[in-house]
Design a binder for this molecule. Structure first.
Ligand SMILES: Cc1cc2nc3c(=O)[nH]c(=O)nc-3n(C[C@H](O)[C@H](O)[C@H](O)COP(=O)(O)O)c2cc1C
Length: 244
């Protein structure tokens, strides 16, 4: 399958055979992750493979995604990481202020997301299934302790990868008219969700697993009805980021 078709056919997989990935496959995936673009070439990413059963089980519980986190062929935690640069600066008796600010944190988060998506696409090109696990942020302090993460790091999400047992149908995305414009932001088009709501209502009603009556606007109203993980801001500051 060519790369564009592969990307357009993406679905998250939450039902894995549980067979560990081979060393060769993992090497290919890690190399692909590491080949992505990097802002100012800071390479501000670390990838931690979880092989310890106990650690994996605890991450599964924290994520409330126990079934598929435990059964995937590999589990990687993606960490936005400026500790390397912090160590370098400290060794040279330089100020750490330039890595503590919001811009540097953004740079490391963007680099890390690019690396993860590279790995995801590489995995799908090998007929493997993937699912991101943002649920690790349910308890960042415990994740930090479990993985012995130093300051100037932020664990962002896990990535489960494995041989799929079952795959859902492709979820329809927002029509391009809702997110693409020319030369300037287009608030009228971008917020006109009627067409998409109908598409999604139809999708949710007719999908084979967990059908429900729901459209996208309603799902967003529900999701944003309360503030999620307010403690993340404190965690980021405890990790040394002043954001200033
Ligand atoms: C950063 C990130 C975190 C995610 N975290 C979770 C998660 O914790 N558990 C889960 O089941 N799916 C998770 N997902 C998967 C999304 O729910 C999924 O991508 C979305 O519903 C679209 O479905 P699709 O990937 O099948 O097209 C996450 C996706 C992203 C990008």
């Amino acid at each position: 399958m060519n790369v564009i078709n592969l990307m357009n056919n993406h679905v998250s997989v939450r039902d894995f055979k549980g067979k560990p990935l081979s060393k060769e496959t993992k090497q290919k995936l890690l190399t692909a992750a590491h080949a992505g673009s990097s802002s100012n070439f800071v390479q501000a990413t670390s990838i931690i493979e979880i092989t310890d059963e106990q650690v994996r089980n605890e991450i599964a519980e924290i994520s409330q995604s126990a079934a598929y986190v435990k059964k995937s062929g590999a589990l990687y935690i993606f960490v936005a990481d400026l500790y390397r640069q912090a160590t370098l600066l400290e060794t040279h008796h330089k100020s750490l202020a330039p890595i503590k600010n919001m811009e540097s944190l953004l740079v490391s988060v963007v680099d890390t997301a690019i690396a993860a998506e590279n790995m995801a696409v590489a995995a799908e090109s090998l007929d493997l299934g993937i699912c991101y696990i943002g649920g690790i942020r349910n308890n960042l302090t415990r994740i930090k302790d479990l993985l012995h993460l130093p300051k100037y790091t932020l664990p962002l999400f896990g990535l489960t990868i494995g041989e799929p047992i079952a795959k859902n149908g492709v979820k329809p995305r927002l029509p391009l008219k809702n997110l693409v414009s020319k030369n300037q932001y287009n608030p009228d088009e971008f917020t006109d969700l009627n067409q998409y709501d109908q598409v999604m209502e139809n999708y949710y009603l007719n999908r084979p697993s967990h059908p429900k009556k729901m459209d996208w606007s309603t799902s967003q109203l529900k999701f944003f009805s309360d503030v999620k993980r307010p403690e993340v801001a404190d965690f980021i500051r405890e990790q040394g980021f002043t954001l200033k």
